[in-house]
Design a protein around this ligand. Structure first.
Ligand code: SF4
Ligand code: SF4
Length: 148
């Protein structure tokens, strides 16, 4: 069974701009695929990858910075966090610790936040605007479902 790192009120994050997440596959909505055009990989629904050093990275990464930072894909905005519906986790009998942050989404559902602990920004900086992260994830899922 998948192991989750649940965010708590004491979970801190500040991006160190290491760019290591720009090697990961970001699932794009249809709107994002359309807007990114030639920079999107239509087959895998992610940004196109190019060789850099010994590995593949997003083609939009230039000089160690995102060249579309202001309009970057929504899942890039929320990384290393993601929101999961409490009801879905319960359906799969996944235990949610009592300390996990819970946020009521605009759709009325309750969400918890999980994070990717490979991100070196975890444990640094400030606390997070959990509602904003949930809102961004929900808006991404809506765009994803709204298109065929
Ligand atoms: S892996 Fe984490 S710290 Fe590094 S750029 Fe991505 S979000 Fe920032
Ligand atoms: S769009 Fe920007 S933030 Fe997202 S993976 Fe590409 S370079 Fe990184």
């Amino acid at each position: 069974m998948a192991e989750f790192n649940f965010a708590t009120e004491s979970t801190r994050f500040e991006c160190t701009r290491c760019a290591s997440c720009c090697s990961l596959d970001v699932l794009l909505s249809d709107r994002e695929l359309h807007e990114l055009g030639k920079d999107a990989d239509m087959k895998w629904r992610t940004t196109r990858k190019v060789m850099a050093g010994s590995g593949l990275v997003c083609c939009l990464l230039q000089l160690h910075s995102c060249s579309v930072y202001g309009s970057r894909p929504k899942l890039c905005r929320v990384y290393p966090f993601f929101a999961l519906a409490v009801a879905e986790l319960e359906l799969f009998h996944i235990e949610i610790p009592g300390t996990a942050v819970r946020v009521r989404g605009e759709d009325g559902e309750e969400y918890v936040l999980t994070y990717d602990d490979r991100c070196p920004g975890i444990g640094h900086g400030r606390t997070n605007d959990w509602s904003e992260i949930v809102s961004t994830v929900l808006s991404h899922l809506k765009e994803f479902k709204a298109t065929p």
